[in-house]
Design a protein around this ligand. Structure first.
Ligand code: CDT
Length: 313
């Protein structure tokens, strides 16, 4: 069986508050059909793919924000996406806001196989931003208000004849995200994001700086763990608030093999050889041979910065 997995990073352009789920799902289906026609087997959509990036909007009463959450997956609006994926024999992954029957709120993503069955769910661990309205910011980023941190860690699944994991947006900036998956042998990390073009605070950070840090994080995660990384944007100006594009695929050596240069709906397609992960995993990043866990305690025992450990001897 071949270890080539042809992926389609399906970038979505802006989704406004007034856009309903059905119209977004139609756009996602159109991208899926084009991806299939171009030979893709696995289509990956961004974080919170079904709605506008709603954490920019402050709701005094949190319940008001439940309008943006899904209580069933698939639900009535998303069923056509699953039906199309099954009819085309296309695997997929996308992000959405999850409201559980117990009333818990997560920023989640799923892995769906070619039969339309959900075989994996990930809940975003690193939630950026703040929980209360911050009048000093140019725009709000209220993920800490609307979501609780993911409770499932960073699992990796056997999927499409390989080992695949998920991450969501801000997770891509944390080396721990990739390493926990790397220790499960991950061969492809798929992640979606909504990244504002400005950070809300800094007057000096440029868009070029922000894209640099995006690429740096994804490329480093790929290289350090010898894995493919597929990073997919929701992009463009949503109700006046700009999100950057930069959808890209990094190979297991950390090189970018393709990148979109626009902020609209669009596809980046690449045939990823999962066996290309072997070289790095067996040489520079042969974890079993080279990692020294006796020196890594602080990584899990400390959260913030504490006292230095240096001694004088
Ligand atoms: N969606 C998301 O996680 N966005 C963040 C923006 C951080 S600025 C508060 C990101 O890391 O891209």
């Amino acid at each position: 069986m071949s270890r080539l997995l042809t992926v389609a990073a399906a970038q979505l352009g802006p989704i406004h508050r007034a856009d309903d789920r059905a119209s977004v799902v139609r756009r996602m289906i159109a991208l899926m059909q084009q991806a299939k026609a171009r030979g893709a087997d696995f289509v990956i959509y961004p974080e919170l793919a079904l709605t506008t990036f709603f954490p920019r909007w402050y709701c005094e009463d949190r319940v008001e924000a439940d309008q943006w959450f899904e209580t069933a997956m698939p639900g009535p609006d998303t069923q056509p996406l699953f039906d199309t994926a099954r009819a085309l024999g296309m695997a997929m992954s996308f992000g959405y806001a999850e409201l559980t029957p117990e009333g818990r709120h997560f920023n989640s993503s799923i892995l769906v196989d070619r039969t339309g069955e959900i075989i994996g769910k990930y809940r975003k661990v690193h939630l950026p931003g703040h929980a209360e309205r911050d009048p000093t910011r140019a725009h709000q980023h209220l993920e800490k208000r609307y979501f609780e941190p993911g409770d499932r860690g960073f699992p990796v699944w056997r999927f499409e004849n390989g080992l695949v994991g998920m991450a969501i947006c801000n997770d891509r900036r944390w080396p721990e995200t990739y390493r926990v998956m790397g220790l499960q042998g991950v061969e492809m990390v798929v992640l979606g994001y909504n990244t504002p073009t400005t950070n809300g605070h800094s007057k000096t950070e440029t868009l070029a700086d922000r894209l640099f840090h995006h690429r740096l994080s994804v490329q480093a995660g790929a290289y350090h763990n010898s894995t493919w990384v597929v990073a997919v944007a929701k992009a463009g100006v949503e109700d006046g608030f700009p999100l950057f594009g930069g959808t890209l695929i990094a190979d297991p050596s950390g090189k970018i093999v393709g990148e979109l240069d626009h902020e609209e709906d669009g596809l980046l397609i690449h045939a990823c050889d999962l066996d290309a992960t072997r070289f790095g995993k067996e040489t520079m990043f042969n974890f079993a041979a080279h990692r020294r866990v006796e020196h890594y305690d602080l990584i899990t025992s400390r959260i913030g910065v504490g006292a230095p450990l240096g001694t004088t001897d």
